[in-house]
Design a protein around this ligand. Structure first.
Ligand code: PGA
Length: 254
């Protein structure tokens, strides 16, 4: 559709690392990538390690992200975190609607939409996750599922807001399983998502939004995936917990 966008690679550490371990891992990554210019790099540790990682990457080009946020600004919401608290901890990004949240914690397209509104209003750059399960893919429903997630999750956003998103396409069957989508499978779905964005916000916005691939990305498969025309980097789980493999994946996005 258009020339390639600036790649963005994010590490989703999920429920791993104490703050001491996070400090060490982020420090290693910062030494290798702190002034690395060609790729936007984001680290998304658990909430308890945000401050430690923020310190470790201070003064580098690496950005901090959280793994979720609540849509309310403050109040009686035990266990939740608000946008202002993430900004205060140094976050610039936030992951929204990860499939693990959808599968295990009742996340829906409606709650994705609410969280997204709160993130955008606060000036956080959202990484919105979409993806089909294995059953859905086997039944030929991949596009229908993605269409619904994109249209409902991003409902009501204008072109300016849509232009500030990163979307992560993460086939659920590929997450943490070692089963990666083939570059062709991933490219087809990324192109489909870009087409949806075009119908929602026009060609210029659709051509500018970065779409990451996620699901068992490793140093060995990253280059081929990231080389496809509509794949603009990755959201990396397991392989982001090891500095050497994460650094190799980031470099594969150049
Ligand atoms: P994985 O996870 O790289 O371990 O498959 C990706 C993700 O869930 O973001």
């Amino acid at each position: 559709m258009s020339k390639k966008r600036r790649p963005i690679v994010a590490g989703n550490w999920k429920m791993n690392k104490t703050s001491g371990e996070a400090l060490a891992l982020a420090g290693e990554i910062a030494r290798a990538l702190g002034d690395f210019e060609p790729v936007d790099v984001v680290l998304c540790p658990p909430f308890t390690a945000l401050h430690a990682v923020s310190r470790a990457i201070g003064g580098t080009r690496i950005a901090l992200g959280a793994q979720n946020l609540h849509w309310e600004k403050a109040g009686a919401f035990t266990g939740e975190i608000a946008a202002a608290q993430l900004l205060d901890a140094g976050c610039a990004h936030v992951i929204i609607g990860h499939s693990e949240r959808r599968q295990f914690f009742g996340e829906t397209d409606e709650t994705v939409s609410r969280r997204l509104g709160a993130a955008l209003a606060a000036g956080l750059a959202p990484i919105v996750c979409v993806g089909e399960t294995l059953d859905q893919r086997k039944n030929g429903r991949t596009e229908a599922v993605i269409r619904e997630q994109v249209q409902k999750g991003l409902a009501g956003l204008d072109a300016e807001a849509l232009g500030r998103l990163v979307i992560a396409y993460e086939p659920v069957w590929a997450i943490g399983t070692g089963m990666t989508a083939t570059p062709d499978q991933a490219q087809d779905t990324h192109a489909f998502i870009r087409g949806l964005l075009k119908s929602m916000a026009g060609e210029a916005v659709a051509g500018a939004v970065r779409i990451q691939y996620g699901g068992s990305v490793k140093p060995a498969n990253a280059k081929e995936l990231f080389g496809r025309p509509d794949i603009d980097g990755g959201l990396i789980g397991g392989a982001s917990l090891d500095a050497a493999s994460f650094v190799a994946i980031v470099k594969a996005a150049v």
